[in-house]
Design a protein around this ligand. Structure first.
Ligand code: FDA
Ligand code: NAD
Length: 446
């Protein structure tokens, strides 16, 4: 026995919230839509967890950041779902899906059937154990993907204020958490294997600005690149438990606290809190063998439709065609989750009589008093411009004579809009030196 819905959204994160709003704008009937989520709260703006949520003064707390406040739209509280006749099945993990029969089996044992399914399962944080490093089930080792993780991190920061925090990973989580830990008066050391922070996006010149800035805030950086060629995480560190001599093999110590992060070169970093941000893996395992997968995600077309015509995928889990890249990619950013969700709902409601999703990738971050935005693709030749000593600065990427990517730190609303518009238009660039000379002015006049 189970319930039947016309539309089911599997997952209750950012994309689910924006899809629900789009369904309601398009006028679905009460009882037609169901959202099933493992999380115990309705969809919220996940980016808040590494920013406002971690502030020591007046931190952001639910219900203030439920979707869709991140795009200045309605805030979808639990009451909103009730008023709109949307069934919210929260605190419920879906254990299996049968796309041929169009059914989902919930952890509660209930079978839920659909006519159209939207997969919005997002991703999970990669664990140290997956690289052979033990210790991340210790009480003071944190990942940061959901509200429960964020609550744990807040508790740890409160209980070990003034202590040592080790941040493992130099990507988004590493950068944003390091800043928050400093603001919470912790001594912070970052450990990452690449030449510089944010290696997936930043050029060495951009990274060096942020690294210097972090240094001025007291953040220490441990350079472990010497070992990186081994392509094996185990060299990087091992987290020893309280009784260093028993280490992690002593079962009595399971669940105790990590006291140090030991690097393979023999050095040891004392730790009261360890925050790990070493990337994510999309939650797609329920669909392996049932849908076509590509680049780690669920392959969809420009209507966000998977290889099964009744199943759509959106957000972090979807691999979709991106024009500026000239190929399909999976993006792990909130703007793409919001817009791909809206596009999927539009396609569903318009019976696929819609244009292809024409998405310009947009990434951003806010750390300390700094704030940057990036549009497009970071491929090709790079031209830097502006004041790298603490003012407004940025970079353009030029591939095959066309502008394909733009980065700007410290811009105004108008300036960010200008780089977005310019990148979307892909203007021709003949002379890189001239582009450098014009700097931001180039985007402002496109
Ligand atoms: P999302 O992860 O939001 O939601 C997936 C949902 O599916 C979850 O509710 C999960 O529990 C549920 N689920 C998965 N499997 C399930 C199952 N089997 N059964 C039931 N439910 C299941 N991006 C950006 O552009 N700017 C930023 O500043 C930030 N900041 C940021 C901070 C932090 C701490 C994180 C973790 C991430 C960001 N991001 C970001 C990334 C951004 O939040 C991310 O791209 C979106 O949340 C993706 O939205 P989705 O809905 O695809 O997944
Ligand atoms: P990431 O991919 O940004 O960075 C992962 C980092 O982990 C790498 O930069 C590297 O330093 C380290 N790393 C990766 N593999 C490693 C290995 N084998 N050994 C050692 N170190 C390794 O991922 P993240 O920082 O964990 O962020 C998780 C997700 O959250 C991403 O999807 C990200 O887009 C999202 N997020 C985005 C924002 C934002 O857009 N402002 C903010 C927070 C989180």
């Amino acid at each position: 026995m189970g319930r039947a819905f016309v539309y089911v959204i599997l997952g209750g994160g950012v994309a689910a919230g924006y899809a629900a709003l789009e369904f309601s704008k398009r006028g679905i009937s009460h009882g037609e839509l169901c959202i099933i989520s493992e999380e115990s709260v309705p969809p919220y703006e996940r980016p808040a967890l590494s920013k406002g949520f971690l502030l020591p003064e007046a931190p952001a707390r639910l219900p203030s950041f439920h979707t869709c406040v991140g795009a200045n739209e309605e805030r979808l509280t639990p009451e909103w779902y009730k008023e709109h006749g949307i069934e919210l099945v929260i605190g419920t993990q879906v254990k299996s899906v049968d796309v041929r029969r169009k059914t989902l089996l919930a952890g509660s044992g209930e079978t839920i059937s659909y006519k159209v399914l939207i997969i919005a399962t997002g991703a999970r944080a990669l664990k140290l154990e997956e690289f052979g490093v033990k210790g991340s089930d210790s009480g003071n080792v944190c990942y940061l993907r959901d509200l429960a993780d964020a609550n744990r991190l807040v508790d740890l920061m409160e209980s070990s204020s003034g202590g040592n925090a080790i941040v493992i990973g130099g990507g988004y989580i590493g950068m944003e958490c390091a800043a928050s830990l400093v603001i919470n008066r912790m001594n912070v050391t970052m450990v990452f294997p690449e030449e510089h922070c944010m290696a997936r996006l930043f050029t060495p010149k951009i990274a060096s600005f942020y690294e210097e800035f972090y240094k001025s805030k007291g953040v220490k950086k441990v350079d472990v690149k010497f070992f990186w060629n081994n392509m094996n995480f185990e060299w990087l560190l091992s987290c020893f438990r309280q009784n260093k001599f028993c280490t992690f093999l002593n079962r009595e110590n399971i669940g105790s606290m990590v006291t140090a992060v030991n690097l393979r070169d023999g050095s040891s970093l004392p730790a009261d809190v360890v925050v790990v941000g070493i990337g994510i893996r999309p939650n797609k395992s329920l669909f392996e063998g049932q849908l076509t997968l590509e680049k780690g995600g669920i392959k969809v077309n420009g209507k966000m439709q998977s290889s099964n015509s009744s199943v759509y995928a959106v957000g972090d889990v979807a691999t979709f065609p991106v024009k500026v890249f000239g190929e399909s990619r999976r993006l792990e950013h909130v703007d793409s989750a919001r817009k791909s969700a809206r596009h999927a709902v539009t396609a569903i409601m318009e019976r696929n009589q819609v244009d292809e999703f024409d998405y310009l990738p947009f990434f951003y971050s806010r750390i300390f008093t700094l704030s940057w935005q990036f549009y497009g693709d970071n491929a090709g030749d790079v031209v830097h411009f502006g004041d790298f000593s603490g003012g407004t600065f940025g970079a353009y990427w030029v591939r095959k004579g066309q502008l394909v990517g733009s980065f700007l730190e410290g811009g105004t609303k108008e300036e960010y809009e200008a780089i977005a518009k310019a990148t979307r238009q892909k203007p021709e660039v003949e002379d890189l030196a001239e582009l450098e000379r014009q700097g931001l002015g180039f985007a402002l006049t496109v």
